[in-house]
Design a protein around this ligand. Structure first.
Ligand code: CMC
Length: 434
């Protein structure tokens, strides 16, 4: 809390109340409005939460104007260059970088929880063979509480921690299972000697009849992508996880709710939408036509992978991903016409007055699909890849919220715009206008 306050005056009654400023370590303060309904009989109104902080959190900081992203204070660029996804997971969960011994224990713990109950595997066969993998993810992750209810006493911090570890460990196994379902191939068991990402690549691409060797470049590229996607403070899916968890819901159900929210094309579904958009554009000569559509107010068309609620500058994650694209494609012996197209699209958009004025830059989803494609991941799995990485962030936020003694159920209010009170009209007396 800061000692500065703002004053809010109701001009009709003349009543003035003080609004306390809630200060964090970085970024703008929040205006405490929790008491305004009691004092003034009015709600705050902010659809889409454009100016509303929904909680206090010490996990991730974004400065959207400067294009800065920090996990527990560490810049994303430093983490991407020097850390690993498993270390970042530890950092997000526990708040500090681990010692070598802590990291080894954590790595071993996660890798030894990657198997899923054999009965759970039967769930996959209940889905249609060409089901979208995100649909399967929502269902199977939601069902985990039916298998792991020995650790769902949310009042018990140890139970919460076990559920967190299980989620981080098992989500990649379930994700690979979604892919195998689509492919009609048997699910592969995890291999504990592999790294988190190496193991995921193995579960995706190995088949029982052949040896499979993890490509170190693919493993590292995936590890970096997972670090970049691991958390992003109160985005739609994280806010969904917190909202679901605020009622005391089971952690597996909360993460399934987060996966459902992530699926939308305005959020994590954008990486899939970007690839489809690039394929549809097809040729650099067609770019101006699509830019014109994106600018046309009468056309709902948007450039996918462009724009962000918080970043009004280049998304720092997109910059890192763009440079990994070059590396991965070079190692694969050349370029990808869709990458060339994406680079040109970015260049044209960033020089266009419409995009400059609105501060629309490429976001994390603009280039990630190009790498996934180069690694052999099919387009319908892109958002699933995002979900694997973001599970860490969801779980970290859920743990933070559950440990907060002041945590309350998230129950927003509304401005009612329906009919005023009226009397029920019996059926025989109703006319079309009633
Ligand atoms: N293409 C064309 N115009 C755009 C775009 C775009 N991609 N994004 C925003 N605008 C325009 C929008 O039409 C509006 O113009 P005007 O002021 O003339 O009405 C202005 O920019 C502000 O847009 P907004 O919809 O009010 O902004 P928002 O903060 O509510 O939406 C967004 C943010 C990410 C949903 C939006 O930029 C968008 O739909 N982008 C495309 C989808 C996408 O790439 N999503 C991934 C987001 S990052 C990863 C993640 O969250 O998972």
């Amino acid at each position: 809390m800061s000692d500065r306050t703002l004053k809010l005056t109701d001009q009709r009654s003349g009543k003035t109340i003080d609004l306390p400023l809630v200060k964090g370590t970085l970024g703008p303060p929040g205006i405490g409005v929790g008491h305004i309904y009691r004092e003034l009989g009015a709600f705050s109104y902010d659809p889409g939460f454009l100016s509303t902080a929904s909680c206090q959190s010490n996990i991730t900081y974004i400065d959207g104007e400067q294009g800065i992203l920090l996990y527990r204070g560490y810049p994303i660029e430093q983490l991407a260059a020097q850390s690993t996804f498993i270390e970042v997971a530890y950092l997000l969960l526990y708040g500090e970088l681990p010692t070598a011994a802590q990291l080894e224990d954590f790595r071993r713990l996660i890798l030894h929880h990657t198997m899923i109950n054999e009965t759970l595997k039967r769930f996959f066969t209940g889905f249609y063979h060409d089901a979208h993998p995100m649909a399967v993810m929502v269902g199977v992750v939601g069902s985990l509480s039916a298998f792991y209810h020995d650790s769902t006493d949310i009042a018990n911090p140890k139970h919460r921690e076990i559920s967190a570890h299980r989620l981080i460990a098992k989500v990649p196994t379930i994700a690979a299972g979604c892919y195998k379902l689509n492919m009609g191939e048997p699910m592969m068991y995890p291999q504990n000697h592999l790294s988190y990402c190496g193991n995921f690549l193995h579960m995706m691409f190995a088949v029982p009849c052949e040896d499979y060797e993890v490509d170190p470049l693919a493993e590292r590229a995936l590890d970096i992508l997972f670090m970049l996607h691991a958390d992003h403070e109160q985005n739609a899916s994280t806010a969904t996880v917190r909202q679901a968890g605020s009622s005391g819901a089971d952690p597996f159900a909360c993460i399934a709710a987060g996966i459902a929210s992530l699926w939308g094309p305005a959020h994590g579904g954008a990486n899939e939408a970007v690839l489809k958009m690039l394929e549809e554009i097809g040729d650099v000569r067609a770019i101006p036509r699509y830019i014109a559509r994106a600018k046309d107010r009468d056309d709902p068309y948007r450039l996918m992978g462009f724009g962000h609620r918080v970043y009004k500058n280049y998304d720092p994650r997109a910059r890192i991903i763009r440079s990994i694209c070059h590396e991965v494609l070079e190692s694969r012996g050349g370029s990808d016409p869709l990458f060339e197209l994406a680079l040109r699209l970015e260049e044209i958009a960033l020089n266009d007055e419409y995009f400059i004025e609105r501060k629309l830059y490429p976001n994390v989803d603009f280039y990630s699909g190009i790498i996934y494609r180069a690694l052999g991941v099919p387009v319908n799995m892109f958002t699933v890849m995002f979900a694997i990485a973001r599970t860490v962030g969801w779980v970290a936020h859920w743990l933070e919220m559950m440990a907060d003694p002041d945590q309350k159920i998230g129950r927003p209010r509304q401005i009612y715009t329906g009919p005023a009170q009226r009397d029920y009209v019996p059926l025989e007396k109703r006319t079309a206008s009633d």
